[in-house]
Design a binder for this molecule. Structure first.
Ligand code: NAD
Length: 469
């Protein structure tokens, strides 16, 4: 039974809910669900801890971040087990991406915060400078697709900037957050600095609307982001939103085809397509279109199917496979459910899928699916490719595959996306801004942008008297 972590203590109260193994569909744990009383208790614990935590010199908070990184290292295997149990991810991915990125998040933000100077501005006889102070209590609401990576990506900068937090992980993936609560306790982190509560969106709603919460940082769907925005509008709470995507990949005829096929396949099928950065629209220059499609379809068939997070999400992805057919698509690979002949047949798998032949205005090409699937379409000119990529209401990430340096820069700078990768995908430098345009989000996190969100400046201006002549 997983309990909340409030004021440094495990708190188990109220109703419980089940978590399922996506690989087999079996119930693997029961978890306490946060009701109004639990949410209130967590926010109060965070408020009580806020003043002392904010008063620590940043160097000391950075030291705590490094200790938490060490704690994650020492509980590495437990975190891997918890993450795999909840998500059904392949173990290699969890060991090389999710959990190591948690460690890197704490180390990176410790360095960035400790080294950040304040600003100073000089005019004749006037000195202005800024001091940054924390926001107070930050609600951290995160999704299920890369649970530990995404939670720590927000936690580390929020904490090092001097805030205390109440975290609500996804109802599907509470496991790694529960281990992290133990890590905080084992490290001796002051009580109330990190509080973790479990529950569905209803618990998240109670948290963001609580008057004791000063700001909300959220990663998840655009629909939930809109709901949160409405909830916090009355109190003008600062928000940082990392939302959905409908990402485009542009493949030019001058690319290295083998790399473009492999890179596109990874960008479509990794984690069963359940990464906000995954490509769902692929545009290929006409002379190489047929060959690219054939090779991508062959690659799709080689990809090991991954489970979707839940039966409900699997039904959603399959409904888009059906929609593609009803909109008149040609299915080049996949399009169904794999048969394993073992207990995975009770799990939430779908086949890696490639479709073609739909218009830009089809629902399939406009809505985020969040599964291992893409649509491929040909283009003729560079200008047309950019227009097609930009025709989406989303603007999170794009990939460009080309051997032409001028084109790479030209196209990358015209794409309406917060992130553009050239001849690669999902290569991250944690100091760079991360986030999306249009329906894909508000604000940027990463490097000093994270610290800017999780703190607010006061400008202090002093008039310097000149000595009498
Ligand atoms: P979701 O929006 O359904 O849920 C995200 C979190 O919000 C969960 O913890 C959920 O319980 C909570 N929640 C739901 N309703 C709420 C409400 N009214 N108030 C407060 N909290 C509420 O998203 P999901 O299905 O868990 O995740 C998949 C989505 O996340 C996809 O759209 C994906 O693109 C997006 N995502 C974006 C990024 C990014 O960096 N831009 C990264 C990962 C995932």
């Amino acid at each position: 039974m997983l309990t909340h972590f409030i004021g440094g203590e495990p708190v188990g109260a109220g109703k419980t809910f089940p978590v399922h193994d996506p690989v087999t569909g079996a119930v693997i744990r029961q978890v306490h669900e946060a009701d109004p009383e639990v949410v209130d208790r967590a926010v109060r614990a965070a408020r009580e801890a806020a003043r002392d935590w904010a008063a620590l010199p940043v160097g000391e908070r950075a030291g705590w971040m490094r200790r938490l990184a060490e704690g994650i290292e020492s509980r590495f295997d437990d975190l891997v087990d918890a993450e795999i149990a909840d998500t059904g991810q392949p173990i290699d991915q969890t060991r090389t991406l999710d959990i190591p990125r948690g460690i890197a998040n704490f180390r990176a933000f410790a360095e960035i915060a400790a080294q950040r100077p304040d600003d100073a501005f000089h005019l004749s006889g006037v000195l202005s400078y800024t001091v940054r102070r924390p926001l107070g209590v930050v609600a951290v609401i995160v999704p299920w697709n890369l649970p530990f990576l995404l939670m720590t990506w927000k936690l580390a900068p929020a904490l090092v900037a001097g805030n205390t937090v109440v975290v609500k992980p996804s109802e599907h993936t509470p496991g790694s957050a529960a281990v992290f609560a133990e890590i905080c306790a084992e490290a001796g982190l002051p009580a109330g600095v990190v509080n973790i509560i479990f529950g569905y969106g209803s618990s998240g709603h109670l948290l963001v609307e609580h008057p004791g919460v000063d700001a909300v940082t959220f990663t998840g769907s655009t629909r939930t982001g809109t709901a949160i925005m409405n909830t916090v509008a009355d109190r003008v709470k600062p928000i940082s939103f990392e939302l959905g995507g409908k990402n485009a990949g542009l493949v030019f005829e001058d690319c290295r085809l083998d790399r473009a096929v492999e890179g596109t396949a990874k960008s479509v099928f990794t984690n069963g397509g359940q990464v906000c950065l995954c490509t769902e629209r692929v545009y290929v220059q006409r002379p190489i279109f047929e060959e690219f499609c054939a090779r991508l379809a062959a690659r799709a068939q080689e990809f090991e199917p991954q489970p979707m997070i839940s039966m409900e999400h699997r039904e959603k992805v399959l409904s888009y496979y059906a929609l593609a057919r009803s909109e008149g698509a040609k299915v080049l690979a996949g399009g169904g459910v794999p048969a394993f002949g073992d207990n995975r047949d009770c799990g939430y798998f779908v086949e890696p899928t490639v479709v073609a032949g739909l218009s830009e205005w089809s629902r399939f090409n406009r809505e985020e699916i969040f599964g291992p699937v893409c649509h491929v379409a040909p283009f003729d000119s560079e200008a047309e490719a950019v227009d097609l990529a930009n025709s989406s209401e989303y603007g999170l990430a794009s990939t460009v595959w080309t051997g032409n340096l001028d084109r790479a820069h030209r196209v990358a700078q015209r794409l309406e996306a917060g992130l553009v990768w050239v001849n690669t995908w999902y290569l991250r430098d944690l100091r760079t801004p991360f986030g999306g345009m249009k329906l894909s989000g508000i604000g940027r996190e990463g490097g000093v942008q994270s610290l800017d969100f999780y703190s607010q400046p006061t400008t202090i201006t002093i008039r310097l008297e000149q000595p009498d002549a």
